[in-house]
Unconditional design. Structure first.
Lengths: 279, 320
């Protein structure tokens, strides 16, 4: 499995689409900071906006912009990555050169899931580091403080990352299954992104849909695990409205795990039995 | 080892009620270069994909080196290499990177010397660091051969390996196949280029509509199906034909109302000629006729037959 992992990782970091994902993510973060610093310079560094940007570019608050970008884009990035990882093997008909080399087909899928998690972790870590460094430069340009370590909390950072990871794991698992069924990168991406959006909207219209789809359950897990005080009360109240009843942490956990493992297991079973008759 | 590389009994694959491979039987000895012939759509690639575990048979069973293709893949994968249809690579990576990746995908972390050896074997030294997207089709085919040999397989499947190659590339590929055979590997060569197959294969199977029609040593098949014989140009044609038909063992046939093909031992030819001459038949020419795999193939797959200009598909090897 170690050699298979190395093979898949080589493919991953060499694939132009994955390099593109990195560039797009880091580019958005860069543009965000450059824009903010530029406007601050234009309006004056001592203006109210300038003071806010000084705050934004100071570590650890400088991590907020990358975290916002990742929370908005994280699941889409995971969808594109996973869909491309599996779909490209169908599109280029490379399964036919890979599969005869190993006895177990499931090895390939398990490694692809592991690589997806590793790639996304690396993307998140790189985004945070890159954001912090760009912010530091911005801070120097506008004459703000580079850091205030008193504000840094590892647990706070972890809490911010959990929902991002949860989203990307759920949607990359669903994308894995859709790509496996459709044998198409495009279908995987379209269904993943459209599904993600439609799911997010649909839960507001029906209590049953909210109970079935993963989005509200992920929010329920976040609220129970991460939030405290008034924020927790408010979020749980909003979720109760969506579900039409109070849904326990265990139930939400079961639903989310069912989506993750159900998609992966069904995807692997399908892959093991499916004919690779070429494109 | 059983001495048999591949066996298949009743191998069948049905797609939406249409059989792509129907009750196919194969028996391929180890160490042979085995030609797998059939018209387009005969089920050649489907058979190879089944043997490689890429698709599941609807019925029947097959074994590679005695191991069931469905349930003992861990005993098969280390000994098998394959090119299925066109070569498929990661075009954004170099030839060498592709080879390394494929070796690792199979669980092998090979030393650089092994890659150098394979690149030398297929004549790609000096281009191994170039991206595959810059390779010609011939280079991709040769890289495909290198990829099949990564795990030093005992059995190599080559599915139409000369497709799209120019004449020089075709000769190179033929030499590679012969060298694989000389190294003691079993080569399962699927092709519709019958001349190529005849050049390199000792044994063949001919399939049509997924069914094995003929199977065996090339020499034996050609002999059994008419083998070396003679073509006679004589007039009047009908009279000559009638006389020759009187001797059933000659199996006199004609495809063009001009030449008559007979099967006869050399020592019997003068007697046959005498018989024709005594019946006032003028004999203009008698030439040795060597049956080709192509004519055999066209005849038994029905793409030739009585209506086809058959003597043109055969090789006349000199006259008497």
């Amino acid at each position: 499995m170690w050699n298979l992992f190395r093979a898949e990782w080589t493919k991953t970091y060499k694939r132009p689409a994955n390099i593109g994902l990195f560039i797009v993510t880091l580019g958005i973060i860069l543009l965000g900071f450059v824009g903010a610093v530029g406007i601050a310079l234009y309006q004056g560094t001592n203006s109210e906006f300038g003071q806010n940007i000084k705050q934004l570019t100071m570590f650890p608050t400088s991590l907020e912009l990358p975290l916002i970008v990742l929370s908005q884009l994280g699941s889409i990035l995971a969808i594109v990555f996973m869909s491309n990882s599996i779909g490209a093997e169908y599109t280029n008909d490379t399964w036919k050169v890979l599969l005869p080399r190993r006895a177990r087909r499931s090895d390939f899928i398990i490694i692809k899931i592991v690589i997806c998690l590793l790639f996304m972790t690396l993307l998140i870590v790189m985004s945070l580091i890159f954001g912090a460094l760009v912010a530091m430069l911005g801070s120097l340009v506008i004459g703000g403080d580079i850091s205030n370590m008193d504000l840094f909390s590892a647990s706070g950072l972890f809490k911010s990352l959990v929902p991002i990871f949860l989203q990307l794991i759920v949607f990359s698992s669903i994308t894995l299954l859709v790509t496996m069924i459709s044998r198409s990168t495009i279908m995987g991406i379209v269904f993943g992104i459209v599904g993600n959006t439609i799911f997010g909207v649909a839960i507001n219209f029906s209590e049953l849909v909210a109970k079935i789809l993963p989005n509200a359950h992920i929010a329920n897990l976040e609220a129970n695990w991460l939030y405290e005080g008034e924020q927790k009360t408010m979020t749980l109240g909003m979720l109760e409205g969506l579900f039409g009843t109070q849904v326990s942490l265990t139930t939400s956990l079961m639903v989310v795990l069912a989506y993750i493992f159900g998609s992966i297991i069904f995807g692997i079973l399908l892959f093991q039995r499916r004919d690779m008759a070429g494109q | 080892m059983s001495g048999i590389a591949i066996t298949a009994e009743g191998l069948t694959k049905v797609y939406k009620n249409v059989p792509a491979v129907n009750n196919l039987s194969l028996h391929i000895p180890e160490g042979t270069i085995y030609g797998f012939l059939g018209p387009n759509g005969a089920g050649k690639t489907t058979t190879i994909r089944m043997l490689l575990g890429l698709i599941r048979p609807t019925a029947g069973k097959a074994a590679i080196f005695g191991h069931d293709i469905l349930h003992a893949r861990k005993n098969i994968a280390p000994y098998v290499g394959a090119i299925v249809e066109s070569p498929a690579f990661y075009t954004f990576m170099s030839g060498l990177e592709n080879l390394r990746l494929l070796a690792r995908s199979g669980g092998h972390d090979l030393p650089q010397a092994r890659f150098d050896e394979l690149l030398e074997f297929v004549g790609l030294r000096g281009r191994e660091k170039d991206k595959v997207k810059t390779y010609s089709l011939g280079m991709k085919q040769r890289l495909g051969v290198a990829a099949t040999l990564l795990n030093d397989p005992k059995l190599v499947f080559l599915d139409e390996p000369t497709n799209g190659l120019d004449p020089a590339g075709t000769v190179e590929m033929r030499n590679l196949i012969l060298r694989m055979g000389q190294e003691g590997r079993t080569v399962f060569l699927s092709s519709h280029l019958l001349f190529e197959v005849e050049q390199v294969c000792s044994n063949v199977a001919i399939i049509q509509k997924g069914v094995t029609i003929k199977q065996g040593r090339v020499r034996d098949l050609l002999a059994a199906e008419g083998g070396p014989g003679y073509a006679i140009e004589a007039a009047p044609f009908d009279k000559a034909m009638a006389i020759l038909k009187e001797i059933p063992e000659l199996k006199a046939t004609s495809f063009d109302q001009h030449w008559i093909n007979i099967n006869a031992e050399p020592q019997d030819v003068p007697q046959v000629m005498r018989k024709l001459v005594q019946a006032d038949v003028d004999v203009f020419q008698v030439v040795v006729r060597q049956r080709s795999l192509e004519s055999l193939f066209l005849e038994i797959t029905g793409n030739g037959g009585a209506a086809a200009p058959q003597p043109l598909a055969e090789v006349v090897v000199g006259g008497r």
